[in-house]
Design a protein. Structure first.
Length: 256
């Protein structure tokens, strides 16, 4: 599974309170990550494609007053991990839409390229992991791990991840970019949330917070709409029967 690289320029709330007590027979961080990678590989194999509409929104408060911008994006995802993003509308500040939001969409598109996906992947090759404990998150029992990149670049981050104990899927990521995305940004953080849609864990909401060096704060919110999902099994069945493939429509948050 790949995770949005865009929210780093702006973003989220603060970290957590204490973590619950450990259970017996607790797996190690390496064991959890190994199972996570195994499950992600299977989920990617089972997911033929999906489409969704999403809204990117920036609110800036600081030098020069208050400004906001918003764009709506149509997203298409393929089994090989490729992602195609198309801006379908925009409103608010033209400067924010053109120079910030559209640039972020371009960066996210770039991050979906194969070479960049390998760099972003949660794996022992890219990150060091430390198991911090267990926590119930929105009714989901999770393992909480600290992650730190082995190499700092614009696609990696440091922070915490929450991994579902049942599905071994990432349900939340909270942290900061390993490398400051811009000289203009003094500090940035993010909070990504995932929801279960059918059998798949997909992005539900992303929040990013950036503190601008010359003064002010910018908040980025990405809201993910309904997913139209096509499983590999359904695609094969439809192809066998000579039927035009179509995605399954799943409302956001419908399978949490």
């Amino acid at each position: 599974m790949r995770y949005p690289a865009t929210g780093w320029v702006l973003v989220s709330m603060c970290l957590l309170s204490g973590l619950p007590v450990w259970a017996q027979d607790t797996p190690t961080a390496d064991q959890i990550v190994s199972r996570l990678m195994e499950k992600n590989k299977q989920r990617q194999k089972d997911l033929e494609s999906y489409t969704s509409e999403r809204t990117y929104r920036v609110e800036y408060h600081g030098t020069g007053g208050e400004h906001h911008g918003e764009i709506t994006v149509h997203a298409e995802y393929g089994q090989q991990g490729e992602k195609h993003l198309t801006v379908v509308s925009q409103s608010g500040s033209k400067m924010i839409c053109d120079r910030v939001l559209r640039k972020m969409v371009e960066t996210e598109q770039e991050a979906s390229e194969k070479s960049n996906r390998v760099q972003m992947m949660l794996s022992p090759q890219n990150y060091q992991f430390e198991l911090l404990g267990q926590e119930s998150l929105d009714g989901i029992e999770t393992w909480v791990l600290h992650v730190s990149p082995k190499m700092d670049n614009k696609l990696t981050y440091r922070g915490r991840i929450w991994v579902s104990e049942d599905d071994f899927a990432v349900v939340r990521v909270q942290g900061e970019p390993a490398k400051n995305p811009s000289w203009w940004i003094n500090r940035a953080s993010f909070d990504w949330r995932y929801g279960k849609h059918g059998r798949f864990w997909l992005p539900d909401r992303s929040i990013g917070l950036s503190h601008v060096r010359i003064g002010g704060e910018a908040k980025l919110t990405i809201e993910y709409g309904a997913y139209h999902i096509l499983t590999t099994q359904d695609a094969q069945a439809l192809e066998t029967n000579g039927v035009q493939t179509s995605a399954q429509f799943i409302e956001p948050h419908s399978a949490r």
